[in-house]
Design a protein around this ligand. Structure first.
Ligand code: IMP
Length: 196
């Protein structure tokens, strides 16, 4: 029987991605699966801090061992922004179109060689009373307009270095998972869990 683990999210895209990566070794439960419908605070000023408080919240209030992730898009020409503000950069939480519009506006006129950026995911695992963190990154460029319709968030303007020129939004989920920030952070998490 598969071991159960709670992933402190209800984001369907992320659950799908995670189940594709981890599904053969774990039964990944969402917050809804454990009847957690709370508005979990994400009030820290760093990606690491937000990953940690979400995992701690689930452990403290629901008692499950769990892991939680937090991701930011860090753009060099914008001093690391949107970073921890990635979900609400355009002023409205989870409005990807506004978020992208703001990035493109702020980067108007910046040449491609200075449009470098990376996605960074931090996963915080709380298991058997101990906390562990895992990080994954993918480097790339911010394009001047949207390309592709797959994925979510900033995928249509992010072109990873390790691809054939496609944006994340032009890749299959498998292609994206193989090189993505979250894929790498999850690989580190899975390697740790399988070693135990
Ligand atoms: P979260 O911490 O995973 O919720 O990510 C915060 C925000 O970063 C999301 O709302 C998206 O705007 C963006 N983001 C996270 N992961 C990705 C990704 O894989 N592709 C594009 N945007 C992402």
């Amino acid at each position: 029987m598969l071991k159960k683990i709670v992933f402190a999210t209800n984001n369907a895209h992320k659950l799908d991605e995670l189940r594709q990566i981890m599904g053969h070794s774990y039964q990944v439960l969402s917050l809804a699966d454990i009847n957690c419908h709370d508005d979990i605070p994400e009030t820290e000023s760093t990606i690491e801090g937000n990953a940690r408080i979400k995992a701690e919240y689930v452990k403290q209030h629901y008692g499950y061992d769990c892991f939680s992730d937090d991701t930011g898009l860090e753009i060099d020409a914008l001093g690391g922004e949107p970073g921890v503000m990635s979900a609400r950069y355009g002023g409205v939480a989870h409005d990807s179109e506004r978020n992208i519009d703001k990035v493109l506006r702020l980067m108007d006129g910046i040449p491609m060689e200075r449009r470098t950026a990376h996605f960074r995911t931090v996963i915080c695992l709380i298991q058997d009373g101990q906390e562990h963190t895992f990080e994954g990154r993918v480097e790339g460029h911010i394009l001047t307009e949207r390309h592709g319709t797959g994925g979510f968030g900033y995928d249509s303007i992010f072109r990873p270095l390790e691809a054939d020129g496609s944006t994340f939004a032009q890749m299959t989920p498998e292609q994206k998972n193989a090189i993505s920030h979250r894929g790498r952070a999850v690989a580190a998490l899975v390697a740790y869990l399988q070693d135990k």
